[in-house]
Write a protein that binds this ligand. Structure first.
Ligand code: ATP
Length: 247
């Protein structure tokens, strides 16, 4: 039986002046799936993610998130929906003046009552930190952590609200190959444990190879090619080959 997609993007177009970034791009994210969007720098991957969380609005097309047409939601409804979507942004954006514990509690402040936080937050924080293998850092400051650890803390903070779907924006950018690998393994463990679906936008082929069940290549604003990593590496199209050259 076909289940309803977690996220559906249908023929979305977005331009900035004469710069036509997305030209009828579509995707369908299924439950439990890690879907990677592979595209060059400037191809529109971040624009796509911003459309999905309605930070910007496309000119044409339709976006459904967890069964809701996001263009039809008012601000409060959109905020509630965003709480079910986890983001891991490139910048990590941890608060430097807060401990790891306070950073992880932060999303709960917005979405939970004080009573609920007092009774449940501690255990959730500990569980999320254990999930990323950093239980011992709970009282440390972000400045005491390495780049890879900060990324994992940012991921733990995303997990706190038990999202149904996670959007990973360049999750391994700026990390060395070993740390990148650890983050990719962690992304797989999270998929397995929480059965979350995820969209991963990246140009890091090793991360994509390890984590993606399916890949859509975003080239010239369109769905240029689609398949598993193995399938795409076998294509002869020069624009696809460019990505896999040297492997
Ligand atoms: N707010 C904006 N105003 C004008 N142009 C924008 C805006 N946001 C993005 N663009 C343009 O849209 C294009 C796609 O940008 P985007 O950030 O989505 O690329 P990307 O694929 O995420 O690249 P990278 O891999 O380098 O992050 C670029 O040409 C960029 O200049």
């Amino acid at each position: 039986m076909e289940t309803e997609p977690i996220i559906q993007v249908e023929a979305v177009s977005k331009s900035f002046g004469k710069n036509h970034v997305l030209k009828g791009f579509s995707l369908s994210l299924q439950a439990g799936e890690n879907l990677a969007i592979l595209g060059k720098s400037g191809s529109g991957k971040s624009v796509l993610i911003k459309c999905i969380i309605r930070l910007i609005s496309p000119e044409t097309g339709k976006i459904m998130v967890l069964g809701k047409d996001i263009s039809q939601l008012d601000q409060d409804e959109m905020d509630l929906l965003r709480a079910e979507v986890g983001f891991l942004f490139q910048s990590n954006a941890l608060y430097d003046s807060m401990t790891v514990r306070q950073n992880l509690e932060f999303p709960l402040r917005r979405h939970w009552s004080k009573e609920r936080r007092d009774s449940e937050a501690e255990q959730l924080v500990r569980e999320a930190l254990e999930d990323v293998g950093l239980g011992h850092t709970i009282d440390m400051m972000p400045s005491e952590l390495s780049g890879g650890m900060r990324k994992r803390i940012a991921l733990a903070r995303t997990l706190i609200l038990k999202p149904k779907v996670i959007l990973y924006d360049e999750p391994t950018t700026g990390l060395d190959p070993i740390t990148s690998r650890e983050i990719s393994e962690l992304m797989n463990r999270i998929q397995e444990k929480y059965k979350t679906a995820a969209i991963i936008i990246s140009h890091d082929l090793s991360c994509i190879r390890m984590t993606a069940n399916r890949i859509i290549m975003l080239i010239e604003g369109r769905n240029y090619a689609e398949g598993t990593y193995e399938q795409l590496t076998k294509l002869q199209d020069p624009k696809v080959r460019e990505f896999f050259e040297g492997l």
